[in-house]
Design a binder for this molecule. Structure first.
Ligand code: ATP
Ligand code: MG
Length: 450
């Protein structure tokens, strides 16, 4: 992309309404604009990152064997009356009446709708297990929308639902989701720790929230620091293997890690003191096994092996896709702006021309632009007639992980400068070498370009 042709309305001033750094930087970097409280337009740069995260979520869900689909944002109130949640949900639910006087709502989640689809389509245990998911906008009329996309009213969420014949099979689905979520966050360059979470009125101990540690997080968390040393890495996961998913579940959930709702002081005190930590965290996902709550209420049964109808065991599993962008920025920034992890950087390499309109520098930038594009690296070429300082500031603000600077002085010696956004270190090299180096940096990173 040539910056002169792009739409990147960066702000010089720090917006007064933004209380936390990710909100400030998303506004300043021209990623989002508020449309009304807790509702945002996604400008091209923000939309690009959102699509990248969405793609990673899709890939990892499908790797785990889960099936993508799409349900609407508007739902009929009738289904929610069946489950009893139409009244329970309270003011967070945005209720709408259509022209025929029918009660509708903007979906805050989809358990009812998916259960309805399931009960009308699946009749036999032989068709189980199944996990269906979608990535769709949700609306919750939060009392206090704040922190930009972190607590919006309209937000983008992946929600998946498993249907299993019994508890044992549903718990495998639960573990499979835990593993696929670990992979998803790691691929984004983010550490999200599974923590035991509150199961509410349904009870039981099968819910985990995934938390990114950050000072601005809204949750209070307590954990054994040993849990922060764990990573899935590039191990090959067989999602059909009950044993392997269980082993990974055990590995990641054995060290103490809980949110304040489930925190148990006595148990926590058994962790060696040096490893006992309390901190703030951002909830970026949650998994939940709830048994037959919805299938009982809504009559979602399948015929079992003996021909008798049995209610299906279900769970639901969510990832806050739009909130993740805030979490990523909270975890990756400095005073000058965002520092994207390479996998989710909207542009992988920035090219800065120090002398726009200078024949040699223009030609060199063009060569870089073509060479990087040919390698699929989606460069952002700042070809505006701006001062060097303004160009550097923009690249730093929007967080390009790598920058190639092209100036007349360097070109005389046949070199350009490659700079890492994260370390700030620069190295001079030829144009060809710079293209090669960037190609190597991103090789095998399964970068997704949108
Ligand atoms: P919270 O406790 O933060 O209100 P929740 O537990 O009600 O969230 P879930 O129903 O578990 O939310 O939804 C799944 C995921 O969707 C959450 O883990 C979170 O990442 C995201 N999410 C929920 N509410 C919002 C919101 N208002 N704005 C942005 N993302 C949200
Ligand atoms: Mg939650």
């Amino acid at each position: 992309m040539r910056l002169s042709r792009y739409f990147l309305p960066v702000l010089k001033e720090t917006p007064a309404e933004a209380q936390i750094v990710s909100h400030r930087l998303m506004l300043r970097a021209g990623m989002i604009r508020q449309a009304s409280a807790g509702i945002y337009s996604w400008l091209p740069l923000g939309f690009k990152v959102l699509r990248m995260l969405e793609n990673i979520v899709h890939e990892e869900q499908q790797r785990a064997g889960h099936i993508p689909m799409l349900m609407p944002t508007l739902q009929s109130a009738d289904l929610w009356r069946e489950s009893g949640r139409y009244d329970d949900y309270g003011k967070e639910m945005l209720r709408i009446t259509d022209r025929h006087g029918r009660d509708m709502l903007y979906g805050p989640t989809n358990e009812e709708l998916i259960t309805d689809i399931f009960r009308n389509s699946v009749g036999s245990y032989k068709e189980l297990p199944k996990t269906l998911y979608h990535i769709q906008w949700k609306f919750r009329d939060e009392v206090r929308p704040r922190f930009g996309v972190m607590r919006g009213r309209e937000f983008f969420m992946k929600d998946g639902y498993n249907f299993d014949i019994d508890k044992e099979s549903a718990l495998h689905a639960y573990n499979r989701h835990l593993v696929s979520y670990l992979r998803t966050y790691e691929r984004m360059g983010l550490q999200a720790i599974p923590m035991r979470a509150d199961t509410g009125p349904i009870g039981g101990d099968h819910s985990h929230e995934f938390l990114v540690l950050a000072k601005t997080g809204e949750s209070e968390v307590f954990y054994d620091s040993a849990v922060t040393d764990l990573s899935l890495g590039d191990r090959n996961v067989d999602y059909d293997s009950v044993e392997q998913c269980q082993a990974i579940f055990d590995e990641f959930t054995t060290p103490y890690a809980r949110t304040d709702e489930t925190h148990d002081e006595a148990l926590f005190n058994q962790v060696p003191e040096a490893r006992r930590k309390s901190a703030r965290g951002i909830e970026v996902g949650q998994i939940f096994y709830f048994g037959t709550k919805y299938s009982d209420a809504m009559g979602a049964t399948v015929n079992g092996p003996d021909g008798k109808p049995v209610p299906v065991h279900m769970g639901s599993h969510g990832i806050g896709v739009s909130r993740l962008i805030g979490a990523l920025i909270e975890a990756n920034h400095d005073d000058n702006g965002i520092i994207w992890p390479e996998a989710v950087a909207p542009f992988k390499v920035g090219v800065v021309n120090l002398k726009q309109g200078g024949g040699d520098t223009d030609a060199a930038c063009e060569q870089l632009y073509q060479g990087l594009s040919a390698r699929g690296l989606d460069p952002l070429y700042d070809d505006r007639n701006e001062r060097a300082g303004a160009k550097f500031a923009t690249m730093d603000l929007i967080g390009c992980p790598w920058r190639i600077t092209v100036g007349p002085r360097g070109l005389k010696n046949g070199v350009v400068e490659l700079t890492s956004r994260r370390s700030g270190e620069s190295e001079e090299m030829s144009i060809e070498a710079a293209i090669d180096r960037c190609g190597q940096i991103y090789a095998g990173k399964e970068a997704i370009f949108v």
